[in-house]
Design a protein around this ligand. Structure first.
Ligand code: G6P
Length: 371
C-alpha cells in the first residue's frame, strides 16, 4: 500500500475514492485552466498536435476503455471527425488504419497495462501522433507516448476504478474542447458555457454523494438478484457500460448494459417478473424513447429504478411504478459525471451489504501485466 494514506475512516478504499472525486476533479480544472482558458501544457506542443490530425483512434482496457468511448463520443460531437475506440487486446491484431494524420490516444490509470502498451507501440511504429491519458506519473506508457496528460487523481487502491474514470472523462472534455476551439469549431461563448458546466461538476458530484442513503435503499433491493440490466441511449448508454462493469466486478451480480433500442433484439427475452433494471434517462431529446422502453419492460414485470436529472423528474413523476433518482442538473452533455457516481455508490452498497471484499474482488487484479 505504498504511497497511500490509509482509509481515513472509510470502510473501504472504494468508498474513500468515490468521495475523493470532487477534489480530484477540482484539481484537474486548476491544473489545466490557466487564466480561464484550457492549457494542455508542454509549451503549446500538444496544441500543435491537436491542429493537424484528421482522425482519432482511442485504445484502452476496462474502465479506461469506457472513458475512451466517451472521448470518442465527444470528438464526434464537437469536432465532427472520424473517431473510433478499440479494446487494446483486439487492436494489437486488428488492421485499423493508422498514419501520420491519426491522433492515437492510449488511456490507462496505471500506465502499465500490457495490452495498452503494446497497442501504443504499434501505433507509434505506424507513425501516428501518440498521446497518453494516465494517472500514475513516470509509468511505462508515459515513456512511450509523445505527450502525457495526467489525471493526477492520486493513488487508486480499490480494484474497481472510480476516480480514475471521472478524471479521465474530465481530461477528454478538456482535450476535445481545446481541439474544437483551436480549430474554430466552437465560439468563445460556447466554450465558456462548456467550461462553466465543467466547473459545476465537482459540486454536482458532492450533491450525488449527499443522496447516498436513497441510492443505498435501492441497492438493498437487489442483493439477492442474479441478473440486472442497465438500459439507456446515447451518453447514458456509455455511462451504463461503466456502471454495469462496476456492479459485476464487486457484487458478482451478472449485470449488463444495453442500448435501450437494442432491447427488442434479444435481452427483452430475459426480462421476467422481478428482473431488476436501471434505466438512465438524462438526455432530454431521448426521454420519450427511453420512456417507451421502460413501459415495455414494466409490462414484463421488471423492477425499474430510473436515473434522470431533477429538472426532468416531472416527466416521470406521474408514474409510481418505478423509483426515480433525481441527479443534479447540468446540461445534458455533462450528466455523465453525476450519473456514474450514483452507479458507483449503488455498486459499492450492493457489494458491501453482501459482505464481500469490496476492494479486492475475486479473480481481478488492479493492474494487468500479462496479455
Ligand atoms: C484492470 C483493472 C481495471 C482497469 C483495467 C485497465 O482490469 O481492474 O480497473 O480499468 O485493468 O487498467 P489501466 O491501469 O490500464 O487503466
Amino acid at each position: 500500500d505504498a504511497g497511500n494514506t490509509g482509509k481515513q475512516g472509510y470502510a473501504y478504499y472504494m468508498e474513500k475514492e468515490i468521495n475523493e472525486q470532487p477534489e480530484a476533479l477540482k484539481r484537474i480544472l486548476t491544473n489545466y485552466l490557466v487564466d480561464g482558458s484550457i492549457d494542455l501544457g508542454y509549451e503549446g506542443a500538444v496544441d500543435k498536435m491537436l491542429t493537424s490530425f484528421n482522425r482519432v483512434c482511442i485504445v484502452a482496457c476496462g474502465t479506461a476503455l469506457h472513458a475512451g468511448m466517451m472521448g470518442t463520443h465527444l470528438f464526434r460531437k464537437w469536432l465532427g471527425i472520424p473517431v473510433e475506440t478499440e479494446m487494446a487486446s483486439e487492436f494489437i491484431y486488428s488492421d485499423t488504419v493508422l498514419d501520420k494524420d491519426t491522433l492515437f490516444i492510449a488511456v490507462s490509470q496505471s500506465g502499465e497495462t500490457i495490452d495498452t502498451m503494446e497497442a501504443l507501440k504499434k501505433a507509434k511504429k505506424e507513425g501516428a501522433a501518440c498521446l497518453a491519458v494516465l494517472n500514475v506519473r513516470g509509468s511505462s506508457i508515459s515513456r512511450i507516448a509523445d505527450y502525457t496528460l495526467y489525471t493526477d487523481a492520486g493513488p487508486e487502491i480499490a480494484v474497481a476504478s472510480t476516480k480514475a474514470y471521472t478524471t479521465q472523462l474530465m481530461i477528454f472534455y478538456l482535450l476535445v474542447l481545446r481541439c474544437a476551439s483551436l480549430r474554430g469549431r466552437m465560439t468563445e461563448a460556447d466554450l465558456e458555457h462548456a467550461l462553466e458546466n465543467l466547473r459545476r461538476v465537482p459540486d454536482a458530484i458532492t450533491q450525488v454523494i449527499a443522496i447516498k442513503d436513497d441510492i443505498h435503499r435501492q441497492a438493498k433491493e437487489v442483493i439477492m438478484a442474479s441478473d440486472l440490466f442497465m438500459i439507456g441511449r446515447g451518453m447514458d448508454y456509455l455511462v451504463l457500460l461503466e456502471g454495469a462493469l462496476k456492479l459485476k466486478e464487486i457484487s458478482y451480480i451478472h449485470s449488463e448494459a444495453y442500448a435501450a433500442g437494442e432491447l427488442k433484439h434479444g435481452p427483452i427475452a430475459l426480462i421476467t417478473d422481478g428482473t431488476p433494471v436501471i434505466a438512465a434517462a438524462t438526455q432530454t431529446k431521448l426521454i420519450s424513447k427511453e420512456l417507451s422502453n421502460v413501459k415495455e419492460i414494466k409490462a414484463r414485470g421488471a423492477n425499474v429504478v430510473l436515473l434522470t436529472k431533477e429538472e426532468l423528474k416531472a416527466d416521470f413523476a406521474q408514474s409510481d411504478e418505478y423509483h426515480v433518482i433525481g441527479l443534479p442538473n447540468l446540461d445534458d452533455e455533462y450528466m455523465s459525471f453525476p450519473e456514474i457516481v450514483a452507479l458507483q455508490l449503488y455498486s459499492y452498497y450492493v457489494s458491501a451489504d453482501k459482505g464481500l471484499d469490496v476492494d479486492k474482488p475475486r479473480n481481478l487484479a488492479k493492474v494487468v501485466t500479462v496479455e
